[in-house]
Design a protein around this ligand. Sequence first.
Ligand code: BGC
Length: 358
Amino acid sequence: MHRAGVSRSAFGRLPDGRPVELFTLTNAHGIEVRAMTYGAIITSIRTPDRNGTQADIALGFDSLGGYLAGSPYFGAVVGRYANRIAGGRFTLDGVGYQLARNNGPNTLHGGARGFDKVLWRGEPFEAGSTVGVRLRYDSPDGEEGYPGAVAVQVTYTLNDADELIVDYEASTTKATPINLSQHTYWNLHGDGRDILDHVLTLNASAFTPVDSTLIPTGQIAPVAGTPFDFRRATPIGARINDQHEQLRFGRGYDHNWVIDRDRPGGGGGALVHAARLEDPVSGRRLDISTTEPGLQFYSGNFLDGSIKGKGGRVYGHRTGLCLETQHYPDSPNHANFPSTILRPGQRYQSRTVFAFTR
Ligand code: BGC
């Protein structure tokens, strides 16, 4: 039996000298989650397999230097706008905005220096067997070209139900698009093998097809009869090489699914089950519930062996996958998508729960 707790330690310094802190959350079953103040990044998640053997099921680096040298958003909170905005352009209340284009012709995950590359402030908390860390960041008006000063808070909570709860809150001084997500790369094997044998279920009857630069066409397309139908548990590798234009554009899966809800077309709301990921080898299982309307499933297609991560492990093609609960990509340019505009006086609130079983 373990004792639930949260500890705080130093995790190096940024080039400008500011110290980065690391928080280690542990629950009574020995599940351990580590998160740091740089990028609100989850650096590791240790869970038991069916035999009780612990392993780290999240990709990342051993030290801060790895994250600073260049990371494909391993474990980070992505924002101010998670996912892509076409041409880095949008119009809001009649005013046009231009963001940095950091992904071909588009803006990805907030721009050149998104929320994954800024220093947050962290405060740990403990309430009985529930432990966590509250991370805060004040994004100045005009940061990365976005209007309004935005105060953001992300809370990571670990409880004895073996759930990692991520709560997002934000407020703004001017109307702005906002879309926050968690960019952990999962590998339930907890080793260097690829994730093609992981079995995925998605509670989604539709997805948002994209163009060749991964910007949604605006269509909400049924998944029925396509390799995008994960309503029944299916190994990720089963159809990933099918001849399908959308798989070609994504180089695999890199798309937003529209989570099924009682009230379709809504901008989210109640917590619903969105995804289940199972590893038949280790017996580990991850269930994801969210208040968000969408989920980007990215099958790690751009991992190519050029990154050396924790313990010197080389992250090869598809050795990690992301399940990013969020609003749909490029929503500011699609009137038919649930709105991502936050206005002064409103409160942005969003929750995603990651539940670990075996
Ligand atoms: C995107 C991928 C991208 C990755 C970052 C995901 O959210 O959908 O296209 O490559 O983030 O490396």
